[in-house]
Design a protein around this ligand. Structure first.
Ligand code: SF4
Length: 388
């Protein structure tokens, strides 16, 4: 039986770099979509000639076109990439094929084009349905565009739609956030991701915050907003720290990441992770982040250097991803797979503090633990020892 594989394709360009964003996104008003999609094809050709088993031993279960702003690309270019992948790989008939989009490039025609090209799941980076909040996030459009984006996607035929919403914008109160998240829920989309605003190094917001020019809500208010999100979206399942979904609308592509499944990433800055015979603890690699450097690399027929993980790194990655899921992970199984041991006292302490619970062989972070998820994960992975 063939093994499941996910494919991520990164489209790195954005019309404007949002001041909070630390993703591999490049502000580019004009870009050559033909040259970029050619580079993706060249990369895949080079990769599969080095790893021919990718084509013979795997079946593609999910494809995710992320960015950047993939919706800036034409439906023709997106369709061309999907056709190329389908020509190379065995793609499951029920594959989830997602595309990330920005409300400003979700016009009616575009949405129809993407749907016809084979995209069956749309993730709309709305961030908010309030014009005032969008402005404070540095978004240069009115909330009206967000509403239109969802209407256009739905009328094009998309049912599997996700909305991204940020919590904790400058000046935002828990009451204002509640209104925003309720508006998101009222769109009727079956999947909503809620992210607390992080002031990340290298962003415009980081520079402003350092000068004392950005006043974001207190940690308590931000924690309250996440609680409000969980309450307002209680009709959905919170299946991951930031993700809420109706039944059957879970993002299968992301679940594969969180379960440490195999995936290849194509495009500038894209990461890959495979578990293969020669690298039982995982093999990973990442492309150059700069699109120009990436295209130069692929034009030379080169791929990024691959790195075999040691047991401890592989285990930490696996725990970091697996514990994000509400279903948790089988820690004992991972200990066996990577040949390491977690300190039982650390687990007991976390359990006694109500941050994790053990259930049917799985270790799960509790609702209380979700707020402190990073510390919980560090507590577990930091006390890992080689197995006996
Ligand atoms: S549109 Fe999305 S990817 Fe692009 S800069 Fe803004 S948040 Fe980042």
């Amino acid at each position: 039986m063939k093994k499941p594989l996910s494919i991520y394709v990164h489209f790195p360009y954005c019309e404007i770099k949002c001041p909070f964003c630390n993703l591999n996104a490049w502000e580019e008003k004009k870009f050559d979509e033909n040259a970029y999609t050619r580079a993706i094809r060249d990369e895949l050709k080079a990769l599969t000639s080095e790893m021919p088993e990718l084509l013979s031993h795997y079946e593609v279960k999910t494809v995710f076109i992320g960015g950047g702003t993939p919706s800036l690309f034409s439906a023709r270019a997106v369709g061309g990439v999907l056709e190329f992948l389908a020509g190379e790989f065995e793609i499951s008939n029920s594959a989830e094929i997602s595309l990330e989009s920005h409300p400003a490039s979700c016009g009616r025609e575009k949405m129809r084009g993407f749907y016809t090209a084979g995209i069956n799941r749309l993730s709309i980076g709305a961030q908010s349905f309030s014009s005032e909040k969008l402005k404070s996030l540095g978004r240069e459009h009115e909330a009206r565009l967000c509403f239109e984006a969802f209407e256009n996607a739905q009328s094009a035929g998309f049912q599997n739609i996700s909305a991204d919403i940020i919590a904790g914008a400058a000046g935002e109160t828990p009451q204002a956030f509640e209104k925003d998240i309720k508006t998101a829920a009222a769109t009727g989309v079956p999947h909503i991701s809620v992210y607390g605003l992080e002031i990340e190094r290298g962003t415009q917001f980081y520079a402003l915050a350092k000068k004392g020019l950005l006043k974001t809500p207190s940690d308590e208010d931000c924690a309250q907003m996440i609680e409000i999100a969980a309450e307002c979206l209680s009709a959905m399942e919170r299946y991951e720290i930031s993700s809420f979904a109706a039944p059957d609308a879970h993002c299968r592509h992301n679940i594969n990441y969180w379960r440490s499944g195999d995936y290849i990433g194509l495009g500038a800055g894209a990461h890959s992770h495979m578990t293969v015979r020669d690298a039982p603890f995982g093999l990973r690699w990442a492309n150059p982040r700069n699109p120009r450097e990436y295209m130069e690399q692929t034009a030379r027929g080169k791929t990024a250097p691959r790195q075999a993980l040691d047991a401890e790194t592989g285990f930490c990655d696996c725990v970091m991803m697996g514990l994000r899921l509400a279903d948790g992970m089988d820690l004992a199984d991972a200990e066996k797979q990577f040949g390491v041991r977690v300190d039982v006292h650390a687990l007991e302490k976390l359990e006694n503090n109500g941050l994790i619970r053990r259930e049917n062989g799985a270790v799960k972070i509790t609702e209380k633990g979700f707020v402190l998820a990073n510390s919980v994960i560090v507590e577990i992975t930091g006390k890992t020892k080689p197995g006996e």
